[in-house]
Design a protein. Structure first.
Length: 371
C-alpha cells in the first residue's frame, strides 16, 4: 500500500532517508509500518539536525518538496502566493498516486490539502487534527475553516477525521482519538506512594508564555505561605527560563524550586513516579501527552480547562481543573492536600483511565484505518 502524508513539518535529508521533529516522526513510523511505500508532501530543509529530530524507519520514503506557507508578513504572504501553484501541484501529485491519503492538521498546508483531497473522493483518507477541536474555542480563521471543511461530509468524502476528545453534535466522519507514550508492558499499579507532606509538584514542557510556567511558581509560593511543605521541579527549557530563575531568586524560593532543563524520557518517567502532582496551566493544547503520562504513573494532574483536558481529567474526578480565579484554585488545591484518601482515589482513577491509551492500542486503531 502506498501511503501519502501531507504535513507542514520540515524534513531534513539524512543519508538514505529523511528526519523531522521527533514526536511527529515517532508517530508516523507507527503509521508507516502498514505501508509498503511512503510519499510525503512537506517542506524540505537543507540543514543540520539535533537531538529533537528523528529519522523515518521505513525503507521506502520519498518526499516531495512543498515550499513553506505563511501569511505573517507582507513578504511571506507574497512568497506564499507565488509558491501556491507549486504547492497545489505537489499535493495533487502525491495524492494521485496514493492508496491512502493522510492529512496532518491544523496548518496552512493542511488547509490546502483539505481542498485538493476533494478531487479524490473515492480514495481512503484520514486526517489527524492535532489541535483543539472544541467547537466553542476562539481560534484563527484558518483553523476554524479547516474544522468546518473536515466536518463537511459532502466536500470531504471517504475520510475519517481523528480528533482529541469526545464532542457533542459531530458529523459521522469525526472519530474521537488519542495519542500514546507507553506500552501495555509498562502498566503497573501504585504500590508505595504516600500522598502526604512534603508534596512534590512537577512541570514538564517548554518554558514559554503559552505554557504559563510563571503561574506554577506563583502557586508554589502561595502554598508555602500557607505553611504547606512542597517542592517544584521544572523539566524543560525555553524563553522564560532566565526570567523564572530571576523570579525564584528574588522571592528566595531556590530551596523549593529546581530547574532540570530538558531531560530524557527515562528521567521524566522516574520523575512522574516520584511526584504527587503535575501542573500544566497551558493556554492552548490538543492532547497534552504529559497529562496522560503523569496519570499513567499515578501522578495527579492540575491543568487548565482547555481542549479535551476536562474530559481527560474526568471533569474533576481524576485531577484538578484550574479556574480563572487564583484564590479559587488555591482553595481547591489546599482542600485536596488535606484529604489523603481523596488523593489516592484520584490517582487510582487517573491510572485506570490512562492505562486504556497505550501504544499497543494506538497501533491497533491505526491498523483499522489503513487495512
Amino acid at each position: 500500500m502506498k501511503l501519502a502524508i501531507i504535513t507542514h513539518v520540515p524534513h531534513y535529508p539524512k543519508e538514505n532517508t529523511f528526519a523531522g521533529y521527533g514526536p511527529y516522526v515517532r508517530e508516523m513510523n507507527l503509521w508507516a509500518q502498514y505501508a509498503s511505500h511512503l510519499e510525503i508532501a512537506a517542506p524540505v530543509v537543507n540543514g543540520t539536525t539535533d537531538d529533537i529530530h528523528l529519522p523515518y524507519e521505513h525503507k521506502d520514503v520519498r518526499v516531495f518538496h512543498t515550499p513553506m506557507m505563511a501569511f505573517t508578513s507582507l513578504g511571506m504572504s507574497l512568497r506564499t502566493l507565488l509558491s501556491l501553484p507549486v504547492i497545489l501541484f505537489q499535493l495533487f501529485r502525491v495524492m494521485r498516486g496514493a492508496d491512502h491519503i493522510h492529512l496532518r492538521c491544523p496548518g496552512t498546508l493542511g488547509l490546502m490539502a483539505c481542498f485538493v483531497q476533494m478531487f479524490f473522493p473515492r480514495k481512503a483518507k484520514t486526517a489527524k487534527y492535532a489541535g483543539n477541536w472544541d467547537p466553542n474555542a476562539p481560534q484563527p480563521f484558518s483553523y476554524r475553516l479547516q474544522k468546518r471543511w473536515l466536518s463537511n461530509t459532502f466536500f470531504t468524502r471517504n475520510m475519517k477525521v481523528l480528533v482529541y476528545g469526545e464532542w457533542p453534535n459531530q458529523t459521522r466522519n469525526i472519530v474521537p482519538f488519542f495519542t500514546a507514550t507507553y506500552r501495555n508492558s509498562k502498566i503497573e499499579k501504585i504500590t508505595n506512594r504516600a500522598f502526604q507532606s512534603p508534596f512534590r509538584f512537577m512541570f514538564v514542557g517548554t518554558l514559554s508564555p503559552g505554557k504559563q510556567p510563571k503561574y506554577v511558581v506563583r502557586m508554589i509560593e502561595g502554598l508555602l505561605k500557607k505553611g504547606v511543605e512542597c517542592h517544584l521541579d521544572f523539566y524543560g527549557d525555553g524563553v522564560e527560563k532566565e526570567a523564572l530563575k530571576e523570579t525564584v531568586a528574588r522571592k528566595k524560593l531556590e530551596n523549593s524550586i529546581t530547574f532540570h532543563g530538558n531531560q530524557t524520557a527515562v528521567v521524566i518517567e522516574e520523575a512522574y513516579k516520584n511526584a504527587h502532582f503535575l501542573v500544566l496551566p497551558s493556554r492552548s493544547e490538543g492532547w497534552p501527552k504529559v497529562l496522560a503520562e503523569a496519570m499513567f504513573w499515578g501522578c495527579i494532574p492540575i491543568a487548565t480547562q482547555i481542549s479535551c483536558v476536562p474530559w481527560m481529567l474526568g471533569f474533576g474526578d481524576r485531577g484538578i481543573l484550574l479556574e480563572s480565579d487564583h484564590e479559587s484554585n488555591m482553595k481547591q488545591i489546599s482542600g485536596l492536600l488535606a484529604d489523603s484518601a481523596r488523593m489516592i482515589k484520584m490517582a487510582q482513577e487517573g491510572q485506570s483511565w490512562s492505562h486504556q491509551y497505550t501504544l499497543d492500542r494506538f497501533e491497533e486503531e491505526i491498523k483499522t484505518f489503513l487495512t
